[in-house]
Design a protein around this ligand. Structure first.
Ligand code: SF4
Length: 75
């Protein structure tokens, strides 16, 4: 399985991702984008791909993870 991740060092808070896919991306109090937990990311694959493409600093990427890791809260 995979999920999107945002590099907070790169994110400049443009909010493009949150506009394109508010179901997955949300800006935090420091104006950095974060990925909402517990979302069926595959369901929003097209919108996430769009956010990845439109991010001005290429801060978003896909990351593979094991279902067990997700369930045990290791990330
Ligand atoms: S589009 Fe990129 S730079 Fe803009 S808020 Fe999202 S991750 Fe940050």
């Amino acid at each position: 399985m995979r999920r999107p991740v945002v590099d907070p060092e790169q994110c400049i808070g443009s909010a493009t991702c949150a506009s394109v896919c508010p179901e997955v991306f949300k800006l935090d109090l420091e104006n950095k984008s974060s990925v909402l937990p517990g979302v069926d990311y595959e369901q929003y694959e097209k919108k996430i791909e769009e956010a990845i493409k439109l991010c001005p600093v290429a801060a978003i990427r896909w990351e593979e993870y094991q279902t067990q890791e997700y369930q045990s809260g290791e990330f």
